[in-house]
Design a protein around this ligand. Structure first.
Ligand code: 0L1
Ligand code: MG
Length: 262
């Protein structure tokens, strides 16, 4: 690690304040170019610790930048991982207060509810499917705290991978009954189709993203605990939203989930 403990704590406080106050910031590597991956995840961990100390529960984990469309959109080649706090959860059909966010975008995702712990290294798609209770459609709302979404990967990781809100809904399906590679998704904004794709866009199979998350955590001596909801990553490019927009995600054989930006 290259940053001191005091710098990590200060950067976590700064980024979380930007999140809570809906204000943007230049990417943190401008002032800390020496920051390494361990520093970036340590800042994210400190943001998690701050939320927990105020009573928040960590209800899920996420993989980001797992699809070729997202990687191309962001000009990167590596997935990143973050956490979901209970305060990020929005009910299916519910509203997101747009004024609490900076420049939100939505992503169509498949969420995995994990029944038995998953630990890497060596975790693979078969283990993920065996450990999954059910899969459901999910809309992730991302909101990078970095000005104009201008960042590098380490800055993104420190910022908890732009996590802001998430909505799950539709039908709970047994992942073993579906071929998630060919599962089609249609994302609508105000009734108009704005993005579409299939599960294979996420690393060939959305469960691969969950396996990569388990392997990432395994390298850090951690695991995906039982009862964790895992967002496997946007299947298409992220779509910008503004106050007044209504979003619906339709997933083949899994129903639909929707959210409104009020
Ligand atoms: O969930 C995601 O794929 C977000 C990753 C972070 C980069 C971004 O803000 O688009
Ligand atoms: Mg995402």
């Amino acid at each position: 690690m290259k940053l001191t403990e005091a710098t990590i704590v200060a950067l976590a406080e700064h980024l979380e304040n930007c999140e809570l106050q809906a204000r943007d910031t230049p990417k943190i590597t401008l002032d800390h170019p020496e920051m390494d991956w361990d520093d970036a995840y340590a800042i994210q961990d400190e943001i998690m610790r701050r939320k927990r100390s105020r009573g928040a529960r960590i209800v899920g984990l996420k993989a980001g930048l797992t699809s070729y469309a997202k990687m191309r959109q962001m000009g990167v080649e590596t997935p990143v991982f973050g956490f979901l706090s209970d305060g990020f959860s929005v009910l299916d059909g519910g509203a997101v207060a747009t004024g609490e966010l900076i420049h939100p975008k939505v992503e169509p995702e498949i969420a995995f509810m994990i029944r038995t712990p998953l630990r890497g290294p060596g975790c693979h798609v078969g283990q993920v499917l065996a450990a999954t209770d059910f899969v459901v459609p999910a809309i992730e709302v991302i909101d990078s705290r970095y000005r104009d979404f201008k960042f590098d990967l380490k800055s993104v990781v420190a910022d908890n991978c732009s996590s802001a809100r998430f909505v799950v809904g539709g039908m709970m399906r047994n992942a073993r009954d579906l071929d998630l590679r060919t599962t089609g998704v249609v994302l609508e904004k105000n009734g108009r189709v704005v993005a579409l794709g299939a599960g294979a866009a996420v690393l060939g199979h959305p469960a691969t993203a969950v396996a990569e998350l388990a392997n990432h955590l395994g390298r850090r001596g951690a695991e995906i605990p039982a009862g964790t909801l895992v967002l496997s990553g946007g299947i298409t490019e992220a779509v910008s939203v503004a106050r007044g927009d209504s979003i619906r995600l339709r997933v083949h054989e899994m129903g639909s989930v929707s959210v409104h930006f009020s």
